[in-house]
Write a protein of this length. Structure first.
Ligand code: PEP
Ligand code: MG
Length: 532
């Protein structure tokens, strides 16, 4: 068969990669969560047993030092304190992989905030055994887990499947469907995994090797030697540009005319923290807590306090904006979100869900107020539509702080801000009372253009550069200036150099983006000329 020329899709995460093609069956791409807690429990316990067996084999050849480390890992895997919380989350309806990830990451957060070097040094072991068990879970069924460095090809991919994959050796994603604003695309950008979406059915058959150009949105199946040479040249050039940008990534962002711009990062997964130097940013502009508690209800208050405190400690005095749970829409949480809505993006999502289910919301507010004692934490409310929602959230936060104080538990009332991502809020922003604003351009774009963010067929319409979206952004920036409150933007366009000039011209002076986008965005800011 002659070599296939490029398949064109949509760029979803920049970068260039070459690797062996691994096609994921539908069940694999979406990890075959059976939906049956008994089956998921069985799968998790089998994966833990398989991980223990691996470690036992490794111990035989590991030498004395190595054996000590592996024995510690085996002891952790056998410890009820790790598996019990995971099993409880499965019982509440979560998938085995999501439940395991959540349980281990909470433990990692506890170790990291323990303040004792011994525990802090053990977090790498926990990460290792987390991934080992996830690897076994991913490999269950009829397919082996993809090798590191593979190009994953599928119809679509879920965030949990992405998180269960080992990306340390490179690799890329090429999908027949999906959209650049899906949550898995966000994860790919933050982990620097090149990704192309909307390639159509042609990507699903044939091909053993592929070049993925996540910046151009193309995939070359079975590339000829000339294409591989060209790939190597382009990758070397791209790496040189990245190195140049990385050299200045720790310097503050300023425009060509000397206007300082705050550059913050978005966090979707606490596992990212270990790989990021806080000196590259002016703080955290968005923590997506639904990813932090991936897929299986909310952990209890103490665990949330540990998770939030860990981010505050990591930021070393820089501001950290934590968004309350934005479940619903394309981010269902079994047992919490409302099933069967005909249009979940227009349904019980974000603050609507939090006010409808005040129990978990109250626990989250208490945990945030407790973690705020450790540094400049701010709380942000998602999907606000009317001023009454902000007022209700503010009252619940006041009550939470009062309760904690009365019980003698250290707490502080953090500033309370709102995401501006619903057109009704953007158009009437002066009616709202908030300590700060952050524009969620991903949702604002989908609601203004009436084009779902996860539907490839309308992805061209869901364009954040649409003049209607840019006009609303400028109006919100102006309203913030009038009210003397900070306005940031934390949607994906903040980290896209093509949009940076327009956002600065719209009046924004604070942008929050995926960590991987910081270097290139600072470079785009340095090149931006705002005129006199
Ligand atoms: C947004 O909508 O722009 C946003 C930042 O939130 P999310 O993408 O998590 O909905
Ligand atoms: Mg949003």
């Amino acid at each position: 068969m002659p070599p296939r020329s490029d398949l064109a899709g949509r760029p979803a995460a920049p970068g260039l990669a070459i690797g062996p093609v691994v096609r994921l069956a539908k069940s694999m791409a979406a990890r075959r969560s059976s939906g049956d807690p008994m089956q998921e429990t069985e799968d998790l316990l089998a994966a833990i047993e398989a991980a223990i067996a691996d470690l036992a084999t490794l111990t035989e050849t590991a030498g004395e030092d190595g054996a000590g480390i592996l024995e510690f890992q085996v002891a952790m895997l056998e410890d009820e304190a790790l598996r019990e919380p995971a099993l409880a989350v499965i019982a509440a309806g979560a998938a085995a992989d999501a439940a395991w990830r959540q349980a281990v990451e909470i433990q990692i957060a506890e170790y990291e905030t323990a303040g004792e070097e011994y525990f802090q040094a053990r977090t790498a072991d926990l990460t290792d055994l987390r991934d080992r068990v996830l690897g076994h879970l991913a490999g269950m069924g009829d397919e082996a887990p993809p090798p590191s460095g593979a190009v994953l090809v599928a119809e679509d991919l879920t965030p949990s499947r992405f998180l269960a994959t080992d990306w340390t050796g490179g690799g890329a994603i090429a999908l027949a469907a999906s959209s650049p604003t899906s949550h898995v695309a966000m994860l790919a950008r933050s982990r620097r995994v090149p990704m192309v979406v909307g390639l159509g059915a042609a990507i699903l058959d044939g091909g053993t090797e592929a070049i993925v150009d996540g910046s151009a949105g193309t995939v070359w199946l079975d590339p000829p030697a000339a294409a591989k040479d060209e790939f190597r040249r382009r990758r070397a050039a791209m790496e040189a540009v990245e190195r140049a940008a990385e050299a200045t990534v720790r310097q503050p962002a300023v425009t060509r005319g000397g206007v300082p711009i705050a550059v913050l990062i978005n966090l979707a997964d606490p596992a990212e923290l270990g790989r990021i130097d806080p000196a590259i940013c002016d703080g955290v502009g968005l923590v997506r807590t639904e990813f932090l508690f991936h897929g299986g209800g909310l952990p209890d208050e103490a665990r949330q306090v540990a998770a939030y405190s860990r981010i505050v400690a990591w930021a070393q005095g820089r501001p950290v904006t934590i968004r309350t749970l934005d479940a619903g829409g394309d981010k269902p949480i079994p047992g919490l979100t409302v099933d069967g809505e005909s249009n979940p993006f227009l349904g019980t999502r974000g603050i609507r869900l939090s006010l409808a289910r005040p129990g978990p919301f109250r626990i989250q507010l208490r945990a945030l107020a407790r973690a705020a004692v450790h540094g400049p934490l701010k709380i942000m409310i998602p999907m606000v539509t009317v001023p009454a929602e902000m007022a209700a959230a503010g009252r619940m936060l006041d009550d939470a702080v009062a309760e904690l104080t009365a019980a003698g538990i250290p707490a502080r009332r953090p500033p309370l801000g709102m995401m501006v991502e619903v057109p009704a809020a953007a158009l009437a922003i002066d009616r709202f009372v908030a300590d700060f604003l952050s524009i969620g351009s991903n949702d604002l774009t989908q609601y203004v253009t009436a084009a779902a963010r996860d539907t490839g067929a309308v992805a061209d319409l869901a364009d954040p550069g649409n003049p209607a979206v840019l006009r609303l952004i400028a109006e919100v920036a102006a309203a913030g200036a009038r009210q003397g409150i900070e306005v940031s933007l934390c949607g994906d366009m903040a980290g896209d150099p093509a949009f940076v000039p327009a956002l600065l011209r719209a009046g924004l002076r604070s942008l929050s983006m995926a960590p991987a986008a910081v270097a290139r965005t600072k470079a785009a800011i340095a090149a931006a000329d705002l005129g006199a």
